[in-house]
Design a protein around this ligand. Structure first.
Ligand code: AMP
Ligand code: GLY
Length: 424
């Protein structure tokens, strides 16, 4: 099979890594890829959001399967354009990608499907939003409706903070058009889990759970990021919980999307809060999480490629994925100043030595090759150091031993990835 992966971050490196191991693969491309991916695939200089160029390339190269990494090309209609061109695409149509693209749409679908989620109200008027906040009190959560690069959510501890968020989103338009509508919802408490299910439009199968660390610094301090590290499986994640989430959150939503004429094909990423009253949906994403994907791929025993293909062909029923009886961890190395102002330069050394630590796999995210061939940082999240172990502690020790060998003064990482799970 000839496969094109779209994207160029750590998640896409992990997807390429898993796909490259498949005996079904004949040739692998990645657009645009990165220097780590270039060791596994042929990188093509096409932006992930340049859909006409992706389709043109896929036609030219007789690609059998396009695998979408990030959400942006999906919300722009990558899967629809592939369907028109007769090319299989792992990832939902633009209509189904609205589950991530609009928080109000997600709420509407979750409610119609009877899936448990936080109580909410939608506002297009700032005054009405403030009145609702006054009536409900704090803590309360304010969300910009559209895509805001993961920055459109404020968990407000006071009424004042919530009102400030309303003013910033709806009046100052901090996130542009994404703030035309805001969703205000009940603040949920509990353990947060990222859960993934492969979907073929009618059937969903579990693809495992992971826990992410969203804050920039140790002890969950500092600004929100795309994710500073992840581990899988979370100790709190039991087979019974997985069955409950499949039955109450995933399958009803899949059925509701099909009923609306927007069947979901691809990976459904449920952001869950495990509350005292059971698991509740915080959000859906229509793609793998980054860095959760890296942690999951490290544990996957089955061939990924036929599973992705089955999702595009409506053939997931009776598909059985197997997992290594291991724990995995992924620690992100970010450029100093991330997320606000990453100082994205500086040479990175020591990766060969780091990769020699047993059980360690290194994924590239924001790296680039300088003209002289040196590897340099070129982004916020730059590298992901992954490891597996018989226990989470063992995986964690391996990952941090590898990090100690990385020579990059311009970078930093959290030192406490997985620590909460080990304490518990
Ligand atoms: P979202 O983009 O909707 O996942 O929100 C980003 C983060 O905000 C989540 O990962 C949670 O940590 C937090 N969050 C979102 N909604 C709620 C809620 N209803 N209650 C508590 N925390 C929330
Ligand atoms: N790590 C969370 C995300 O990919 O959205």
């Amino acid at each position: 099979m000839r496969v094109l992966v779209v994207g160029g971050g750590g998640r896409e490196h992990a997807l390429c890594w898993a796909i490259a191991a498949s005996p079904l693969l004949t040739r692998l491309w990645c657009a645009p890829g990165n220097p780590g991916i270039a060791e596994l695939a042929e990188c093509v200089d096409i932006k992930a959001t340049d859909i006409p160029a992706i389709i043109g390339f896929a036609r030219e190269q007789s690609i059998d399967l396009v695998v979408a990494g990030p959400e942006a090309p999906l919300t722009l209609g990558l899967a629809d354009a592939c369907a028109e061109a007769g090319i299989a695409c792992f990832g939902p149509s633009a209509a189904a990608a609205r589950l991530e693209g609009s928080k109000a749409f997600f709420k509407e679908v979750a409610l119609a499907a009877g899936a448990p989620t936080a109580e909410h109200a939608v506002f297009t008027d700032a005054e009405a939003a403030r009145a609702h906040i006054r009536a409900r009190g704090a803590p309360i959560v304010v969300k910009a409706d559209g895509l805001a690069a993961g920055k459109g959510v404020v968990v407000a501890q006071s009424i004042e903070e919530a009102n400030d968020a309303v003013a910033a989103m709806m009046e100052a338009r901090l996130h542009g058009a994404a703030g035309t509508r805001v969703v205000i919802e009940e603040c949920l408490e509990g353990e947060e889990v990222s859960f993934f299910a492969l979907c073929d439009g009618t059937t969903a199968i579990p693809f495992g759970a992971a826990q992410d660390h969203k804050r920039a610094f140790d002890g969950d301090a500092g600004p929100n990021t795309g994710g500073m590290g992840a581990y899988s499986p979370p100790p709190c994640w039991t087979p019974a919980l997985e069955a409950e989430v499949m039955a109450r959150c995933i399958r009803p939503v899949l059925a509701e999307m099909a009923r609306r004429g927007a069947p979901f094909r691809g990976v459904l990423f449920a952001g869950l809060m495990l509350t005292g009253a059971g698991p509740k949906l915080l959000e859906f994403n229509v793609r793998f999480g980054d860095p959760e994907c890296q942690a999951l791929m490290l544990r996957l025993k089955s061939d990924l490629l036929p599973a992705l293909l089955a999702a595009t062909q409506g053939e997931l029923a009776h598909f059985d994925l197997r997992w290594e009886a291991l724990s995995s961890i992924l620690v992100v190395l970010a450029a100093r100043g991330y997320p606000e102002a990453p100082q994205g330069d500086g040479e990175i050394g020591g990766l060969e030595a780091a990769a020699q630590v047993p059980d360690v796999t290194i994924f590239h995210a924001g790296t680039a090759r300088r003209e002289d061939g040196a590897l340099v940082a070129a982004g916020g999240r730059v590298l992901g150091v992954g490891a597996v172990g018989l226990t989470l502690q063992a995986a964690r020790d391996a990952a941090y031993a590898a990090i100690a060998r990385v020579d990059w003064p311009g970078g930093f990482c959290r030192r406490d990835i997985g620590a909460r799970a080990l304490k518990g």
